[in-house]
Ligand binder design. Structure first.
Ligand code: FES
Ligand code: FES
Length: 164
């Protein structure tokens, strides 16, 4: 099968690779780059476990070809924490508010919430629920996921520091 050369930035690092035009982005990330945080939870583009950030938008990487990511900037869950390993406010929020059980949906959920908070730093509960409506969780019932995102929004706005 013919290969196509692509160049992109993944979690701040330049990446060059040859890929088959039919290769999905999720397979490129998981199998070629060994970034196994984005998960595959369905084959119908409805679960959102594969969500990554592509040029400032949340995308389901099972629904994008790797060649479509040529020249793009991608962030996966592996790129959300600070370079020194300090957790992002969202990761802290999910831990503090018990926003996960099995954890399978969590990388996609946090990556989606990361973009949601960039788009809307102070979302209402309804806006959070609408914002993560493309991401399914089969364990938690969502209540603590919403609380985790609210925690992160408050922390990023400095509310918790101000309250201490
Ligand atoms: S793997 Fe389910 S939406 Fe991508
Ligand atoms: S924590 Fe299990 S699917 Fe969300």
């Amino acid at each position: 099968m013919a290969q196509t050369q692509i160049s992109l930035t993944v979690n701040g690092k330049a990446v060059e690779a040859s890929v088959e035009p039919r290769m999905l982005l999720i397979h490129f990330l998981r199998d070629k780059l060994r970034l196994t945080g984005p998960h595959i939870g369905c084959d119908t583009t409805h679960c959102g476990a594969c969500t990554v950030d592509l040029d400032g938008k949340s995308v389901k990487s099972c629904t994008v070809f790797a060649v479509q990511a040529d020249s793009a900037e991608i962030t996966t869950i592996e790129g959300i924490a600070a370079p020194d390993g300090a957790l992002h406010a969202l990761q802290e929020g999910f831990r503090e508010m018990h926003g996960l059980q099995c954890g399978f949906c969590t990388p996609g959920m946090i990556t989606r919430a990361y973009r949601l908070l960039q788009e809307n730093p102070n979302p209402s509960e309804a806006e959070i629920r609408a914002g993560i409506s493309g991401n399914l969780c089969r364990c938690t019932g969502y209540q603590n996921i919403v609380k985790a995102i609210q925690y992160a929004a408050d922390k990023m706005a400095g509310v918790q520091e101000a309250a201490q």
